[in-house]
Design a protein around this ligand. Structure first.
Ligand code: FAD
Length: 463
């Protein structure tokens, strides 16, 4: 059972259904959340949408993003970090812009096509009782439902997190921003990337989203309310004065991770497990990675694998979530924090930074860091880990398909000349001839490469 039909909960349900599991999704609201939220996903996350069966539909409602420009208070470009056009190593554009309600709509449409997923709206979860092999869930009306497991994907104010006493580790102070979604009758003459205004007096972000939509965000000053802000004047700085304001709301950006991610067969994913300021556009991305990594483990446990497999959920996801939240807080401060003296220092540093070759790809990189050695990652104790613990790249095959479509839902063994490792108990991979595949990238030309269902390289042969 999944609690919460946000993008993370719906993706979890689709991933489990593709493994043949029946899933009930409980959602307290009748309709999807309509307020402005995520606009950016990277290629790793679109790969998760591919696993859920919605990446092609996502490509139709999104567009590739050009990069990041840092501007001073007068709108002059301090530095530009450009993205390379075209597909990246994961088979999709390295960054895509979209409107979160569009993504939620297409996820709901896919859920409606899957007989194994039942979405029940208007059901608010209020209680949980844990059993060794399952969970009893109660809703507000007192009705009871039995589940083999519960994924708490119920967002930043998660009831499931509260019910399991998840607690939280704060990683930064809340920051208040005005967030506005805009619509333009004719395309605006603007650079097609993210504009970040590094003005400590009025930090701002502006970006074209997709179609006729644009997003503007302005940090609120102490005591300032949304109604106090002269929005048309601020939008005019980006040439967007004539756009229609669809929504303008205040968000207090939090920065934290849950202290506990699991109690028995109840597990937290998405904003229920971590909350990040959106400076690097990774909040939803973290949640999609959570469920991609968890769906196959939960499926295996429900099929009889040892329940301790679920302990790797937090072990594998929390360090990444913590690092990204910290990075978002730090970059947010570096780009927009401090006072006038910091602004001068920032200008000097950026003047140097723009001359550093290869810095763009470093600044914009959002790769999931390599997983540490563990029961599902056979990294050597000493010496370089090579590609183990890292996501396998996804080249396009000669017939136009992407690699993941060939790998299927489970484990995969890419082998040359029939070489095979001793496989972990219960692992029955799909075996593919690696010599018939396009080059996979540095360190992956081996006798064999064992790939987990979430496309993490679990082990490689020495040669
Ligand atoms: C201004 C802004 C900009 C952002 N930009 C980006 C970005 O560019 N890129 C990015 O990756 N992320 C971004 N994010 C973050 C992203 O929007 C969130 O991380 C994402 O929505 C989290 O999805 P979720 O499914 O975990 O939670 P939610 O989308 O919050 O869904 C949770 C669902 O659970 C339901 N629910 C709650 N309690 C219960 C209950 N007791 N019973 C039943 N149902 C319940 C809720 O009604 C809701 O539908 C941004 C966020 C904001 C605010």
């Amino acid at each position: 059972m999944v609690v919460g039909a946000g993008p993370v909960g719906l993706t979890a349900a689709l991933l489990l259904a593709r493994r043949g599991r029946e899933v009930t999704v409980l959602e307290k609201h009748e309709h999807p959340y309509g307020l402005p939220r995520a606009v950016h996903l990277d290629d790793e996350c679109v790969r998760v949408l591919q696993a859920a069966g919605v990446a092609e539909a996502f490509a139709r409602v999104s567009r590739p993003m050009a990069g990041l420009r840092l501007l001073d208070a007068d709108g002059r470009v301090l530095v530009e970090f450009a993205r390379a056009p075209g597909a990246g190593v994961h088979g999709w554009p390295q960054a895509s812009m979209f409107s979160q309600p569009d993504l939620e709509e297409l996820l709901r449409a896919e859920v409606a096509r899957r007989p194994l997923v039942q979405l029940r709206t208007g059901v608010e979860v209020a209680g949980l009782v844990l059993h060794p092999d399952g969970v009893t869930v109660t809703d507000r009306s007192g009705a009871r439902l039995e589940a083999e497991a519960v994924l708490g994907c119920d967002g930043a104010r998660s009831t499931v997190a509260r019910l399991i006493g998840a607690g939280e580790v704060p990683l930064g102070r809340p920051d208040r921003w005005l967030v506005a979604d805009l619509q333009a009758d004719a395309p605006l003459d603007v650079w097609p990337g993210v504009h970040q205004v590094c003005d400590p007096h009025r930090a701002a972000t502006f970006m074209p989203v997709a179609g006729d939509r644009y997003r503007a965000e302005f940090r609120l000053r102490d005591g300032e309310q949304v109604g106090d802000v002269d929005l048309p004047a601020l939008l005019a700085r980006f040439g967007a004065a004539d756009t229609r304001v669809l929504r303008a709301v205040e968000y207090a950006y939090g920065a934290r991770v849950a202290a506990r991610w699991r109690a028995g067969r109840v597990l937290l994913c998405g904003d229920a497990a971590h909350l990040t300021p959106p400076f690097i556009g990774q909040g939803l991305g973290l949640g999609l990675r959570d469920v991609h990594q968890l769906a196959w483990k939960l499926d295996a446990v429900l099929a009889g694998a040892d329940g301790s497999l679920l302990d790797t959920h937090r072990a594998e996801r929390e360090p990444h979530a913590r690092a990204l939240v910290r990075l978002a807080v730090l970059l947010g401060w570096l780009m927009t924090g401090g006072g006038d003296r910091t602004a001068v220092l920032r200008r000097l540093l950026l003047a140097v930074a723009r001359r550093v070759p290869g810095l763009s790809s470093q600044v914009l990189a959002s790769r999931t860091p390599a997983l540490r050695r563990g029961p599902l990652v056979r990294r050597p104790r000493l010496g370089p880990a090579g590609p183990v613990g890292v996501l396998l790249p996804q080249p396009t095959l000669p017939d136009g398909r992407r690699l993941d479509d060939l790998l299927g839902e489970g484990w995969a063994l890419l082998t040359r000349s029939g070489a095979r490792p001793r496989l972990p108990r219960g692992v029955r991979p799909r075996v593919l001839d690696a010599s018939a595949l396009p080059p996979l990238g540095p360190g992956l030309h081996r006798d064999w490469v064992l790939v987990r269902p979430d496309r993490v390289v679990a082990a490689v042969s020495r040669r």
